[in-house]
Write a protein that binds this ligand. Sequence first.
Ligand SMILES: C[S@@+](CC[C@H](N)C(=O)[O-])C[C@H]1O[C@@H](n2cnc3c(N)ncnc32)[C@H](O)[C@@H]1O
Length: 303
Amino acid sequence: MRSTIEQINSTLSTKRYGDLPDWMKHFDNLPDTQPSESQFESELNIGAAHDLSEDQAKLLRASLEGLIPWRKGPITLFNEFIDTEWRSDWKWDRVKPYLHLKDRNVLDVGCGNGYHMWRALADKPARVLGIDPSPRFVVQFYMLKKYYQGKTPIDLLPIGIQDLPGNELFDTVLSMGVLYHRRSPMDHLIELADQLRPGGQLLLETLVIEGAENDVLLPDGRYAKMPNVWFIPSVLALSKWIKRAGFTDIQCVDESVTTFEEQRTTDWMRFHSLKDFLDPNNPELTFEGYPRPRRAALIATKN
Ligand SMILES: C[S@@+](CC[C@H](N)C(=O)[O-])C[C@H]1O[C@@H](n2cnc3c(N)ncnc32)[C@H](O)[C@@H]1O
């Protein structure tokens, strides 16, 4: 395992990510101001229009546009509405009723720009830490954090789960949209277990197929045009994996087919999105002929 510092340096390497200096310039150009109000409860809304002068509002928009594509949201920052590719709030609404967050140390693995971490603040956790190895999302997170005035510590480390020492430090661990990107899903689940104290709660959200307890799809190549998708289990198979990784009380709390309303191209994410990833003649199938994206969320307790 690489040390955490080596991994942070690698994620923030300007040699590896040539656009990073540009993104940092946009970060530095953000207007200096204090938000008069912030809301994390039913939406993510930081600051108000009157907190900025007209010139500052222009600067803010230019900086935010410099970090396009914005995938997870929606986010309103000083009345600037970032209409992200995903309605991540819908996923949050589906899983939040099942989560224990109050007074807890929460880890969000593969947190992207941190959208769900901000929303988690509404439940008054003790601390929220996210990890994500994608530098664009890290910069997006810190663009919002610049305007955070709350007391709950919230941070994002630019590392992958494999580079975070597993010391059973967390009470709640979230892993949403990550498992299918991992070549070894059992190792991912064991890495998640290693982050949790005994009795701690896991939320695992991932792509699934319909099927029986040993049904798993391993795409031949791409899945919905994504090159980095490995294993897509049935809910029953996933439940078995989670049990083998050291969990009990496993419960599937949501299963839903992703709709064109939930994932789509917007002004803030101008590339192809879900409708371009499906078979144009049969939207029940992906472009490659696999079942279209269906996602499940499972909760479990660490033994
Ligand atoms: C599909 S996005 C999900 C983002 C967010 N959790 C959500 O549910 O909307 C997957 C995220 O996992 C991150 N990721 C990929 N490999 C990872 C790893 N080894 N450890 C942690 N995060 C990883 C990616 O950078 C990306 O932001």
